[in-house]
Design a binder for this molecule. Structure first.
Ligand code: GUN
Length: 287
């Protein structure tokens, strides 16, 4: 039987409407819309697309968004100055610096300059540490979106074997921590992992987050597994695909996310949700 499709697009739409209601309530309570500022340094084509989607989603949900564009040659100091100003701006609840940054700017320094309460990416070490130790915090949007999808799909995580392929700071590492806290036994694979298939075949929940088309074949998937594809890859033909061989894996898995229309829309919905969370907790502190 073919796998059930986990429809991230429609779930994200529902969540975005909920965020819209919260944003309207915030506006009536506080006399201003929640605010997100996105900083884009340079003009990486993929980043341009992501940023455009983020700003458009804010507008639709009633979040006041602002895009600050800086030249690819701008100095770290100029970027830090902008962040310092936004940290103090009481109308800005969330700050997002789109990654990757040009090579001459140290990402670590920039991320650490963002006020943790406005770090809607959840990348600041204060938020990463809080996630690690199970304390409330802003969590990275893509892994958070994966968890919300799994929860919405009633996937049992307690005692389940979860295997995450890809150990990035943005997706793999925080997702492993979230799955662990949900009671799963987690295996986090990286580019050095030996016998990857042996690990992935153990998974009740398999997440691919590497950025390599065709990485996960049907033979690597346990029959009945739930498969989440975080990869977004543009083939030479122009087709957008994930890391999972969708057509074949869908014959083995119990449920699977499509690309596009799976994790991608959830990432943006979580960014909006994080912005509302940041705005509401900031407002509750200052009343
Ligand atoms: N580049 C790719 N994904 C992300 C993300 O989630 N946040 C930021 N800031 N940059 C990214």
């Amino acid at each position: 039987m073919p796998a059930q499709l986990i429809d991230g697009k429609s779930l994200a739409e529902t969540l975005r409407q909920q965020v819209g209601s919260r944003a309207a309530r915030f506006l009536s309570l506080h006399g201003r819309a929640p605010g997100l500022t996105v900083i884009l340094v340079g003009s990486n084509p993929a980043s341009e697309v992501y940023v455009r989607h983020k700003v458009a989603a804010c507008e639709k949900a009633g979040i006041a968004s602002q895009l600050i564009r800086l030249d690819a040659t701008c100095s770290s100091e100029a970027l830090l100055e902008q962040i310092g100003r936004l940290n103090k701006d009481r109308t800005v609840d969330g700050i997002l610096v789109q990654l990757p940054l040009p090579k001459h700017i140290a990402e670590k320094t920039i991320i650490q300059a963002i006020a943790p309460g406005k770090d809607v990416d959840g990348f600041h070490p204060v938020n990463a540490g809080a996630l690690f130790t199970g304390q409330p915090c802003l969590k990275p949007c893509t892994p958070l979106g994966v968890m919300v999808m799994l929860e919405h799909h009633n996937t049992a995580l307690r005692g389940a074997e979860a295997v995450v392929v890809g150990a990035s700071n943005i997706v793999g590492k925080p997702l492993a921590m979230m799955l662990l806290q949900a009671g799963a036994t987690v295996t986090l694979c990286n580019s050095k992992t030996q016998n990857l298939e042996e690990k992935t075949r153990r998974a009740d929940v398999l997440v691919a987050a590497v950025g390599r088309p065709g990485l996960i074949s049907a033979e690597m998937v346990k029959p009945g597994a739930v498969v989440i594809d975080v990869g977004i890859n543009r083939l030479e033909s122009g087709q957008l695909v994930g890391d999972v061989d969708f057509d074949r894996v869908a014959r083995v898995a119990k449920a699977i996310t499509p690309v596009p229309g799976g994790v991608g829309p959830m990432t943006i919905a979580m960014l909006l949700q994080n912005t509302l969370d940041a705005a509401e907790s900031f407002a509750s502190l200052s009343t």
